[in-house]
Design a protein around this ligand. Sequence first.
Ligand code: SF4
Ligand code: SF3
Length: 550
Amino acid sequence: MFCYQCQETAMNKGCSMKVGVCGKTEDVANLQDVLIYSLKGMAIYAVKLREKGGLPTDEIKVFMAESLFSTITNANFDRDVFVNRIGEALRLRDELKAMAEKAGADLSDVVHDAALWSGSSAEDFDKKGEEVGVLMTENEDVRSLRELTIYGVKGMAAYTTHAQHLGFENEELFAFMEKALADTLNDNLSADELVALVMETGKFGVESMAILDKANTQTYGNPEITKVNIGAGDRPGILISGHDLRDMQALLEQTEGTGVDVYTHSEMLPANYYPAFKKYSHFHGNYGNSWWMQKEEFESFNGPVLFTTNCIVPPKKDASYADRVYTTNACGYPGFKHIVEDGNGKKDYSEIIEHAKKCKPPVEIESGEIVGGFAHNQVIALADKVVEAVKSGAIKKFFVMAGCDGRMKDRNYYTEFAKALPKDTVILTAGCAKYRYNKLDLGDIGGIPRVLDAGQCNDSYSLAVIALKLKEVFGLEDVNELPIAYNIAWYEQKAVIVLLALLYLGVKNIHLGPTLPAFLSPNVANVLVEKFGIAGIGTVEDDVRLFMGE
Ligand code: SF4
Ligand code: SF3
C-alpha cells in the first residue's frame, strides 16, 4: 500500500506499512486504489460519450461520486464494500463503453489499461491492487498534481452527493469529475496543463459547495444564531455524526414521540442551526467534540451512533460501543450495521430507535451552551453591525480558521493561537477545526461573538460569500485587501477542495497546517508559494505577530 492523502500520513511522507495511521489496512488501501483506477477507466468512456452529446445514466453518475466519496480518509474500512464496488465499476464501465459506441464515438485511441483490464473475483482485485496506485506515476511533480486533483475531486464528490440526496444536481460537476479522472491518466498533459486542471478543480469546488449550500438552505432554511446545549438529558439518545442533513431530518422525524433524544456529534453540530430541525423538542443538542474523540465519547454516550459520512475511527478491540454503531451512505466499517434506502428512497431507522430504547441515557461530560449559526445569510443580516465595528476599529481583523481537526498533539497550536489573538479580532470558522477553540470563552465585540461558526467544512462557502460581500460593501477591488487572514487546518480531502476553492476565488497568503500536505512535491509546493503565497505555520507567537503585521 501507499497512501499519502491525509495530513496524518506516516512521517508526513506516506503510509506504506501493513496499516495506515488511520487504521486502513493494506488490502483495503489497495482495493481503494483499484476502485479509483476503475473509475478512471469509466471516466475515459464517459468523456467520449459526452463529446458525442450523450449523458451517463443517473446510476453511473451517482455510483462514481459515491465511490470517490467512499475512499475519503476515515469513510469506509470495509473490504467487501470495495470488492463489490470494483465489480460494479467494471460492469458500468462496459455499459458506458457500449453507450459511447452507440453514440458514434471513436474508441480506437482508448488504449489505457484502466479502460481495458478485467477481473471478476476478490483475488483478481487484490492482485490488481499490487500493480496500480499513486506510485504508478513516476515523476513526483506529475504525481503531485494528479493526486492534488484527485483529492480535490474526492471532496467535491462528497459535497455533490449530499446535494444530490436533497434533489439538487449540477450536470457540469459530474462532467468535470469525469474529465478530471480521465485527465489524471493522460501522459500528454504538460505540467502547466496539470496546474490548470488543479485550478479548474477549485472552480468546480466552489460550484459543489454552492449547490450544497443551496440544497441545505432551500430544504431546511438558513442557519441562524443558535445556542446549542452541550449537556446531556435523562432519556436515551441517538448520536448522529457526519455531514448528511437528509439523514438528520429522517432521524428526527422517525424518533419523534418515541422517548428517544437526538444529539449531534462532530460535523453534525451545525444541524442545530437550521430552522427546520430546531422545531423538534427531542433534538437535545450536541454531545462531545470532533471525530477523533469518539473512542471515549461513544463509550460515555451509552446509546447508538449513526455515521452519515467520515470520520470513523476503528474501535478498540474491547470497545463497549462497537455493536451500537450504524453507518449509512458511503461510509462503513466491518461489523457496523449499514442502513440502506428501501425501494422508495426512504431509510428506516426503527432498528436504531429500538436499540436506543434499551440503552442508558448519556453520561454528561460537559454542560452549558455554545453559540453558532453564522452562515452567510445570518452574517449578511448583521452586516451593518459588522461593517460599523470594522470602521470604528472595534474589529481590527478577521481570521478564517476553517477546516479539519485531527488527533495529533501539534493541533494544540490552534487552541493556543485562538487564545493568543488580540481581543479586537474575530475568528470565522467552519468544519470540525472549530472544536479546538469553540468552547473557550473568547468573549464578544459589541455583541458580535469572537468565534463565528458558519457550519460544516462545506460551509466554508459561506465564509467566501461573506468575504465577497464585505469586499463589495467596502468598495474594494480585490478580496485580499480586506482585513481577513487565513489560517486553515486540514486533515482529509474535503479540506483539499475547500483550499482549491479559495485559491480559485483569488485568496492569497493562506497558511495551511499543522503540516503541509505530503503529496505536494517540492516543486508543486513552490508553485503554490509563488503564485498564491501559501505558507505553513510557525510558532503561535511568531504567527500572531506576522498576521497582525507587527
Ligand atoms: Fe495514511 Fe491518511 Fe492514507 Fe490513512 S488516509 S492510510 S492515515 S495517508
Ligand atoms: Fe472533519 Fe472529518 Fe475534515 Fe468536514 S469530520 S471537516 S475531519
